[in-house]
Write a protein that binds this ligand. Structure first.
Ligand code: ATP
Length: 398
């Protein structure tokens, strides 16, 4: 029985029947509209699915990098480590967005640039260490007052008071090179400057640039500077710069060519940016003697700061920094500093930590001179390592 039969019989009042029919018509019209809307939606979904399917059936494209843009919608591209090709740029690509270094998709058959890919910006994937604002302050650095002063003049002053340089009519240094033996506070100094000027700290290790990302060193340098500009003010810290910036030799092997390309990109990036801008570069090396002179030219790393092994006063200051929070009893840090000639800042930190460990092992809550003596012995084994360290230092840094 239909719903109509339930409610009305054909014999009932005629007007009521008409009203009922009109309502029914309205209901049916509404139903038709809903069904039509549903049909439209399903048709849209179907066409979307069809496009998606044809997209998935497309052959894969090569990923590559634009090396140079040419006239007539052409470009030189490189499929990572492979050969370079002169190819066409598809008409739907926005030319202005395409730059040397852009990541693009290349058609498998014609190698034409068919898509502009987003730049690979995840800093951790790229091997960059990014700290929004490092916690290290100048008071965490022992000794090195002169070096800190120089670094502040070269990096902090132009960032905080650019007008001083304008008034005097000189350009602030673009890059600062810190050199000296390992573990003496180069990274620490760069972090402290970044903290003081409220800048982002980006650290990249030269040897990783060329080793971990074979064939991509130049692109990474480009990305590094892009990221630095994006996050400005920024301190870019290039550790072990000698890995990319060693004196150029004859390009006999692919590896050397790769290192040279990375260095060239670094020099090009440095030449291309404004020294009064808010991106500053600090590089560090243990081997200043092997650096390519091109790196040290004015307008590049033109401020050299030596960060040497600490002397007696330096060692005492470093020990003070690292024992600041320690509960010491009868410890004469001067004696410890006296006994550790040739030790680096990192060694002294290790000695302080070891001394603390000896106290914990003896279930004491305070650290004694005895703990320090044992720690020195543990860290250096014998006097021999210290003597070797001093001799090495003399040979390399004079
Ligand atoms: P590398 O050449 O190996 O990169 P580096 O000179 O950059 O070495 P840092 O990373 O700055 O050395 O130092 C390593 C650690 O040693 C620091 O985290 C710090 O704990 C300690 N240290 C080094 N120098 C000092 C210093 N002058 N004052 C306080 N701590 C120091």
């Amino acid at each position: 029985m239909s719903s109509f039969d339930e409610v009305k019989s054909p014999n009932s009042d005629y007007d009521d029947y008409i009203t009922f029919l009109k309502r029914r018509i309205r209901q049916l019209e509404l139903q038709i509209r809903t069904l039509e809307a549903d049909k439209e939606r399903l048709e849209r979904e179907l066409s979307h699915m069809r496009t998606e399917m044809s997209r998935l059936r497309q052959p894969p494209a090569f990923a590559g990098t634009v090396i140079e843009l040419l006239e007539d919608d052409r470009a030189i591209v490189q499929n990572y480590n492979g050969p370079r090709f002169v190819v066409r740029i598809a008409p739907w690509i926005e030319r202005e967005k395409l730059k040397p270094g852009s990541r693009v998709a290349l058609d498998q058959r014609t190698m034409a640039v068919v898509e502009l890919l987003p730049s690979d910006k995840d800093p951790s994937v790229l091997g960059f260490e990014v700290i929004e604002r490092p916690q290290v302050t100048y008071s965490d650095i022992g000794g090195l007052e002169k070096q800190i002063q120089e670094l502040r003049e070269a990096v902090e002053l132009p960032l905080k008071h650019p007008e001083l340089f304008e008034k005097v009519g000189i350009e602030p240094p673009k890059g600062v090179l810190l050199y000296g033996p390992p573990g003496c506070g180069k990274t620490l100094m760069a972090k402290a400057v970044a903290n003081h000027v409220n800048a982002t700290f980006i650290r990249v290790v030269g040897s990783e640039l060329v080793r971990k990302f074979i064939g991509e060193g130049a692109r990474l340098v480009h990305e590094l500077f892009e990221l630095a500009r994006e996050k400005a003010p920024t301190i870019v810290f290039i550790d072990e710069i000698d890995a990319v910036g060693a004196k150029r030799m004859d390009e006999t092997t692919g590896g050397e060519r790769e290192v040279n390309r990375t260095l060239m990109q670094l020099l090009a990036e440095m030449d291309g940016f404004d020294p009064s801008g808010n991106v500053k570069i600090i590089a560090a090396t243990n081997r200043p003697d092997i650096l390519d002179p091109a790196l040290l030219r004015p307008g590049r790393f033109d401020r050299l700061i030596e960060v040497p092994l600490p002397d007696f006063t330096g060692r005492l200051e470093i020990l003070k920094v690292h024992t600041r929070k320690m509960n010491l009893k009868g410890v004469d840090l001067r004696v410890v500093a006296e006994m550790t000639d040739g030790a680096s800042g990192a060694d002294l930190k290790a000695i302080a930590t070891e001394a603390g460990m000896f106290a914990i092992r003896s279930r004491r809550e305070y650290v004694t001179q005895e703990d320090f003596l044992k720690a020195i012995e543990k860290v250096f084994g014998s006097e021999q390592r210290l003597t070797q360290q001093i001799a090495m230092h003399e040979v390399m840094y004079g």
